[in-house]
Design a binder for this molecule. Structure first.
Ligand code: C5P
Length: 298
């Protein structure tokens, strides 16, 4: 469904922006097995889109380039879990709803598609059902759905610590011209964590008062994604994507989340579009997307 079509057919629409881990340091592990992380996160101006409409009975429909893949997974997705969890919380106010998900992001790809969809469902249903839950209540519902869902509720530049629940906005982070590339090989997040050689890596330290794109690029360049090495064992293309993005002029390349999507940061959106179309020509079977990330002062 085209963008205008979704807005015409559904009274309430929400964007589920792709989540980009500019840095992801694994600093420890909790007793329950979850890993302690330091993450610098931003959000892209591309993503999934959701529509919400009152209905006689609950319904869920899918479209978009990856809609069929998700349906093939049994449709057991976080959107329905988010709907059910919010309904348990608000009770009688929660009338039946038709939810439509336009799935534009690849599945299990490290850019938070499922988590962003769940967060957008919480936001959209709050509007449709006319509710105003306290921010803390919503954040704790989000955390029950997944470690990345609270940050996707925010969808603006932030640092997340703990397993992702301790969030601090980063209003100084500038927008970046970016290319996202994924070889369309889904990665299992638990499997990547299992392969991690060291769990207690150095924390993320950002100098106070960072400003300007070049200052931030230096800081990001000296940070890491500790999940990249174990993910490369599972998906050999990850190393190739980074090389190709660099060959097309990326200033910095890195994997996002548990992969396999990698991003390249470029000097301008014109350079990002040029690199994306070259990469798409070389690897027409990959997901390749030029995008501008949101700025902290959005
Ligand atoms: O919370 P979420 O369902 O997204 O996490 C998926 C899996 O990734 C968890 O079951 C866990 O194995 C792993 N994980 C982890 N530490 C985190 C986040 C996720 O070990 N901070």
């Amino acid at each position: 469904m085209p963008e205008e079509g979704l807005a015409d057919a559904f009274g309430v629409t929400e964007e589920a922006r792709a989540k980009i881990n500019l840095a992801l340091h694994v600093t420890g592990q909790r007793a329950d097995g979850y890993h302690l992380l330091d993450m610098l996160v931003t959000f892209a101006d591309c993503g999934d889109r959701l529509g919400f409409l009152p209905a006689q009975a609950d319904a869920f429909t899918l479209s978009g380039p990856f809609g069929e893949t998700l349906a093939g997974d049994g449709g057991a997705n976080l959107v329905l879990r988010a709907r059910d969890l919010l309904r348990e919380t608000v009770g009688a106010l929660a009338f039946p709803v038709h939810i439509h998900l336009q799935k534009n992001l690849p599945i299990a790809s490290g850019i938070g598609g499922g988590s962003a969809d769940a967060a957008a469902t919480l936001r959209g249903l709050m509007r449709l059902w006319g509710m105003d839950l306290p921010v803390e209540t919503l954040a704790s519902l989000a955390l029950k759905l997944g470690a990345d869902v609270p940050m996707c509720l925010e969808s603006r530049p932030l640092i997340a610590r703990g397993i992702g629940e301790r969030i601090e906005a980063v209003p100084e982070l500038p927008a970046f011209a970016m290319v996202l590339a994924n070889p369309l090989k889904g990665v299992s997040t638990p499997e990547v964590f299992r392969r991690l050689a060291a769990k207690n890596n150095p924390a993320l330290h950002l100098a106070p008062g960072l400003s300007g794109t070049s200052g931030w690029l230096t800081a990001i360049g000296s940070a890491r994604n500790d999940l990249e090495a174990p993910a490369r064992e599972l998906v050999q293309e990850i190393a190739v994507i980074s090389q190709m993005l660099q060959a097309h002029g990326a200033l910095i390349t890195r994997m996002s989340g548990s992969g396999a999507t990698c991003f390249g940061i470029f000097t301008s959106m014109a350079a990002a579009h040029e690199a994306a179309s070259a990469l798409h020509g070389e690897r027409p079977d990959w997901y390749v997307q030029a995008t501008e990330t949101v700025s902290g002062g959005m």
